[in-house]
Design a protein around this ligand. Sequence first.
Ligand code: MN
Length: 199
Amino acid sequence: MNYKLPQLPYSPDELSPIISKETVGYHYGKHEQTYIDNLNKLIKGTKFEDMPLEEIIKTSTGALFNNASQAWNHIFYFFGLSPQGGGEPTGVLRLAIEDAFDSVENFIQQMKEAGGKLFGSGWVWLVKDTNDKLSIVSTSNADNPMREGYMPIMCIDVWEHAYYLDYQNKRAEYLDKIWDIVNWDIVCRRFLQKFSHTK
Ligand code: MN
């Protein structure tokens, strides 16, 4: 398998002013491309070469794990955003969020708090368990909750490279604004998928 950078379903300038064209260019075009290039180099000629990416993430360590997981995480992040995003979740996803967090407002508040508290680089995730119960999980560096038996539903990248060009040190502002471009249709579609990524 030779992984390629998937083309985003929107232009790099379309997430502006929440995320600038410059950030999308560096973050997806450069950082993500590097993770994918490294992943391809590291799997070549090994038992990981023909393994699904999720399996590599669950069974590898060190540099291979870091690059495989970051490759996956960034595709998940960028495909979960849309210039037409924002608003509020509807339907079964909304019901599941209300069941787990009492309200959409509380859920968003808890995601922001988790992102604010995360020390250093990492990710904040909305995940579901095998009973479709939702919860929030924070992971450090490249880590992904599928390694703990959860299925990711949405994520926010809180590495500085995700927001520094647009918000400098103001991570809280980035965490406030990103909701205007969350693609709830995709998040709902992920929630409705049969559980996978079991430990
Ligand atoms: Mn990133």
